[in-house]
Design a binder for this molecule. Sequence first.
Ligand code: ATP
Ligand code: MG
Length: 628
Amino acid sequence: MPQPLAGAAVRKPSGAGLQAGAYNAAMSSADASPISKDPVKPSNFLRQIIEADLANGTHAQRRWGGSPGDGDHHNQGQVDVAKIRTRFPPEPNGYLHVGHAKAICLNFGLARDYEGACHLRFDDTNPEKEDQEYVDSIIDAVHWLGFGWKEADGHENLYFASNYFDFMYRAAEYLIEQGLAYVDEQSADDMKANRGDFSRPGVDSPFRSRTVAENLARFREMRDGKLPDGAAVLRAKIDMASPNINLRDPAIYRVRHAEHHNTGNQWCIYPMYTFAHPIEDALEHITHSICTLEFEDQRPFYDWLLDHLREGGLIAAPQPRQYEFSRLHLTYVITSKRKLKHLVDNGIVSGWDDPRMPTIVGLRRRGYTPQSIQAFCERIGVTKDYAWIDYSTLEGCLREDLENQAHRGMVALDPLKLELTNWAEVFGSAEHLEACELPALPHAAEGQQVPVRRFTLGREVWIEREDFAEVPPKGYKRLFPGNKVRLKGGYVIECTGCEKDAEGNVTKVLATVVPDTKSGTPGADSVKVKAAITWVGVADGVQAEVRLYDRLFTDPQPDAGGKDFLTLLNPDSLKVVTAYVEPSLANAQPDEKFQFERFGYFVADRKDHTPGKPVFNRATGLKDSWGK
Ligand code: ATP
Ligand code: MG
């Protein structure tokens, strides 16, 4: 009987992630990207492998049964319209991070570029640690990054490995029947000692010579709950003297009396990852199974297992092949889910979506766009080399993406009041407000109408505290008594002095406005100045909370070489200031990005921002400051 394995049994994730609207929105926002449209993709070794396979017709006759299944199921299907099949197989035990983004862009990107399909597969074969919250967040993250898993006929390539337990069990019995697996009941210590090491071959278990009938009976007792946890394992019978320790009779099934979130108490034995993963790939008829380099030594077992299952007709031909690339190492960042969870569970960050976290939800809240992350993954490429990528590469991709689309705005992050003492004299009233405007995008595309932002200048404005010096340091061009500057988009002003409190702190800067110098009016440049400073009107500026994020760790490789990342936390990774922002910024929608002139790119916080109470997060500065 052919066995389709998905269909009605596929668990439907909760949450809005799968709704067509969300999916289409994510796709179209990705399509709108100026970066991801770039048709020239640099080649890499994986592209070369795929192109060679396509040229040689390696998968040309491959049939697809319309859903995952065994050999007969696929062989009764049509020739697959997907020229290749790849997959992204996260374990739903945490939120995805920037390293996963690399794997997502790679697998979904290859499928997109070669008329293939990429499956989202939850690798949920481990009964513990898995959670619906993580399933939902992973679905959201992949959609948000701009990828989907729906085929042209509407079929969704969204799978759960736990739906394959029946087949995995069948495959295990098949190996036993072929004399290729046995139930070992050595103690864990004996098993470890008898495995040998790099210099010493392993020693056969006394259980290795059990008969097929004995093994089958004992394995069924394992399945039927007759044995306690740890009492026995099923092992593949390969070669105890292999120089590759992974081939020294690896364990493929263990006893674990635990409830599984999908299969409940149906099973008390669970497949080991090394056994489950190749089978998952084969049932889904994956052509190119791409994983990180740690799994290189597992490849011989991957092939051993699938060779036998294919020869026995249990899986379809051609079988999947595994290819490895090096994982992303990003400076100042940790990408271990376990360690990231520690930061969350211990309140070191505010949650998985804390803007300092390298999680997809953290990057999103920090102001990253899907296009910038896709561009980053393209830029770093795919190799087998061990290398650290500089964090500035990621920031550079965000700046490039936002440069031509984030509206500009002025803010005072460290506000100091300035009074124009001759205002009433020049304009006839102390309350007079001059309407001013500046382009919201200085480099609008050709044919695009330049968006304009409007604000007013009055008798009092907020300036940046560092833009005034009572005694100017050498070369200082901004405000000091006797010097003239331009209020950007407004008038030239001349500093006349300041007011101070009892401790000598400057509380207000005094200046006079120079008539007939308004930006954009004839003769505005008749008075020459060496600097234009940013400002916000006291009359129409809006108070805002601005969160100045910095790197979370002080060390570029916080968890390399046995370092304790918890001792390397940056105490200044978050500084919150009360700022004033120009009115156009206060009307921001949550998630909207801006360039705060001279300070960098900021985003209206997707959780806390409301137009009545603006909250902005610093995404990145204007220039690379990581090396300095
Ligand atoms: P962790 O050790 O943090 O739990 P993981 O690799 O075990 O990470 P999985 O959920 O198993 O997490 O990962 C799903 C996929 O993402 C795997 O195919 C894995 O190779 C890939 N991946 C995980 N981390 C990185 C990384 N830093 N760079 C590239 N790919 C990664
Ligand atoms: Mg893992």
